[in-house]
Design a protein around this ligand. Structure first.
Ligand SMILES: [Zn+2]
Ligand SMILES: [Zn+2]
Length: 201
């Protein structure tokens, strides 16, 4: 793993923790004690998750800019697109609804509070997926924007571990002469690939 990937994996973990903390904080504030009260909290839960994701996107963009400054590049404005915002809004609402659903399923057998705690564990993979996807999407988008016109080689860099899919593994090490010639990176939801830059000598 190179330094950029190490930093990004740390950022991914921190971002996931931040989203989870935001959800817990909101639940503590609203302290729902029935399924109806929890259902009523869905809009504010959605908003809380969206806000946490906006903050993590900013952290990822700052990281990308810090990394590209080392290549001597000037940062450019790269706010999330409308399409991205829509995806995040949908994912945030999906997580809030899943929390309600899992809690409802568990209340058949457990008291409400216990059911809610269990449901928080149930949504963990979704929170992780959102954190991973948005961390790497915001990072790669900003990094690409900063390096747009740089002459050199853009080399696909996948993390080769048990979470890596065959498609990303096959792209690992491939290179392109411009950033726009390279395929979309990240390649899919939960993808942790980046493009490394090797300046033309
Ligand atoms: Zn993949
Ligand atoms: Zn990938």
């Amino acid at each position: 793993l190179n330094e950029r990937h190490k930093q990004l994996l740390k950022l991914e973990r921190d971002n996931k923790k931040e989203i989870t903390a935001a959800i817990l904080y909101l639940l503590l504030k609203r302290s729902p004690s029935t399924r109806l009260q929890l259902m009523a909290a869905v809009p504010s839960l959605t908003k809380t998750i969206r806000k946490a994701v906006e903050e993590l996107q900013q952290r990822s963009r700052r990281q990308a800019t810090a990394d590209s400054l080392e290549e001597g590049e000037e940062p450019v404005e790269d706010p999330p697109t409308k399409a991205r915002e829509t995806l995040v809004a949908k994912a945030a609402r999906g997580i809030a609804i899943a929390l309600v659903t899992y809690t409802a399923l568990r209340t058949d057998e457990e008291p409400f509070q216990q059911a809610l705690d269990g449901a928080l564990d149930d949504i963990d993979p979704r929170v992780r997926r959102l954190a991973t996807t948005e961390t790497f999407t915001a990072y790669n988008s900003q990094w690409r924007a900063n390096l747009q016109d740089s002459p050199g080689e853009f080399v696909w860099d996948a993390i080769l571990d048990k979470r890596t899919c065959p498609r990303c593994e096959a792209l690992h090490g491939k290179s392109w002469p411009t950033v726009s010639a390279a395929p979309a990176c990240p390649a899919h939801v939960s993808c942790r690939c980046i493009l490394n830059f090797e300046p033309a000598s």
